[in-house]
Design a protein around this ligand. Structure first.
Ligand code: NAP
Ligand code: F7E
Length: 392
């Protein structure tokens, strides 16, 4: 999973700590290493400390060979088809990669006789809880003892990964741990997860590159942290004295609707929501011109100069009254996880984990990243070039 969001941050962290990092990338018809290209090292460099191998979690022989060749001290299994909604479309594949893929790594380590040498981190997930309210602890959170009730093929596959990791720890005395991580985001988050979809769209709307965004369930609540904080904890889990399972979360839960509001606010745009259910929409209520200019580098026209009037905003700056969000039921899931909130007390008290980001600083970081990214598009368009139409 080195080419993914977490894999890229973890690779940076391990390199900083002096590790030799081996990662597995999948063969793809396009380059798929954008997130780690800045870490690339020439294989002819005698001091190479970052190396990518072709492989796949569905290929046991390939995994076994790579583990044999590299003899790792630590394995972080971050590889997965990680999109919950897509898992309803590709359930068998998800079972194979996210479930059996975990077994393939554990079994390879065992077959190669590396049980005592190699520590294993398994990327488990808050999706295991399924948001069942009766399963929260007495303080209203999910913790390491809360029962599981997965609500998607992704969650069901990951529960196999969780239990097979625990089983290999108990059966073969392996240092194999689950990190039960709640949602974590960043400027490198996959573009179709809700936070990144929002920050990309809001940046485009602010720059006049897009008129509105369509989302699904605005009522869903998630416990969102920053991926940088969470990969640090992955490393700490493998440095612990005993192999155990750990919940990593912020302990704060927020609705998707509120995330939208916060993202717009970062570029000085106040939005108001009107209507209910599938008819709910968001409109621009006010624009703080100073904040807008500071965030986008564009001057917002004064009243009377045109842009403050209600008008179709296509390829123009956002206007007061502009409809910037609609609900599209095609983004609803067959079964939804309504609310997630985690209790990271064990991680904080026993491993001394202290997250650096809260929700406000996470949204700021993501918005800054996406405004910068979309400004490149605006620049290209202005110069007469085409820009990619990447949306879902
Ligand atoms: P991500 O950005 O989707 O990255 C997933 C990684 O897995 C990518 O490198 C991907 O490769 C790789 N992968 C997918 N299928 C594979 C296969 N068949 N064989 C080998 N590699 C494969 O996910 P993330 O957000 O970094 O999350 C990392 C892990 O934590 C995942 O296991 C995820 O399920 C889990 N998790 C994530 C969160 C979260 O909020 N981010 C929370 C809890 C748990 P490509 O780049 O080629 O697609
Ligand atoms: O959805 C709602 C959606 O896709 C969050 C993965 O990293 O975290 C992630 O799974 C919520 C859901 O993440 C849209 O219905 C509304 O309630 O960003 P998401 P997720 O499903 O929580 C867990 C912990 C993982 O382990 C996973 O790997 O937002 N939502 N409208 C939407 N979601 C998406 N994607 N797109 C929408 O338009």
């Amino acid at each position: 999973g080195i080419t993914g969001q977490d894999g890229s941050y973890l690779a940076e962290l391990l390199l900083e700590k002096g590790y030799m990092v081996h990662g597995i990338k999948r063969r793809s018809s396009l380059f798929n290493t954008d997130r780690v290209d800045h870490l690339y090292q020439d294989p002819h460099d005698p001091n190479q400390r970052f190396k990518l191998h072709y492989g796949d979690l569905t290929d046991a022989m390939n995994l076994t060979r790579i583990i044999q060749e590299t003899q790792p001290d630590e394995i972080y299994n971050l590889g997965a088809m990680s999109h919950v909604a897509v898992s309803f479309d590709t359930p068998e594949y998800v079972g194979n990669v996210d479930g059996l893929g975990t077994l393939r790594i554990l079994e390879a380590v065992r077959i190669l006789g590396l049980e005592k040498k190699t520590r294993i981190y398994q990327a488990s997930t808050s999706e295991l809880y399924g948001g069942m309210s009766e399963n929260k602890n007495e303080r209203g959170f999910y913790d390491e003892l809360s029962p599981f009730y997965p609500r998607s093929p992704y969650g069901v596959a990951k529960i196999y990964g969780f239990w097979i990791t625990k089983n290999y720890r108990e059966a073969y005395n392996m240092f194999a741990c689950n990190g039960i991580l709640f949602n974590h985001e960043s400027p490198r988050r996959g573009e179709t997860f809700v936070t990144r979809k929002i920050t990309r769209a809001v940046a485009k709307i602010a720059l006049g590159l897009q008129e509105k965004v369509f989302l699904g369930n605005l009522e869903a609540k998630r416990d969102w942290g920053h991926a940088k904080d969470y990969v640090r904890m992955m490393w700490m889990i493998l440095q612990a004295e005993q192999p155990e399972d750990w919940v990593i979360a912020t302990g704060v839960t927020t609705k998707v609707r509120e995330f939208v509001r916060l993202a717009f606010s970062e570029v000085g745009i106040e939005v108001e929501f009107k209507g209910e259910g599938v008819d709910e929409k968001a409109y621009v209520k006010a624009i703080d011109q100073e904040k807008y200019s500071e965030a986008t580098g564009l001057r917002y026209p004064k009243p009377g100069e045109g842009n403050n009037e209600k008008r179709p905003a296509k390829n123009g700056l956002p206007a007061i009254g502009q409809e910037v969000l609609s609900v599209d039921p095609s983004y609803f899931r067959p079964t939804e996880v309504d609310l997630l909130i985690g209790d990271p007390t064990k991680a904080k008290e026993e491993l001394g984990w202290v997250p650096e980001y809260d929700l406000a600083s996470l949204v700021k970081d993501m918005m800054q990243g996406d405004v910068l990214l979309m400004k490149k598009d605006a620049f290209l368009l202005k110069a007469g070039h085409e820009i990619l139409k990447q949306a879902e």
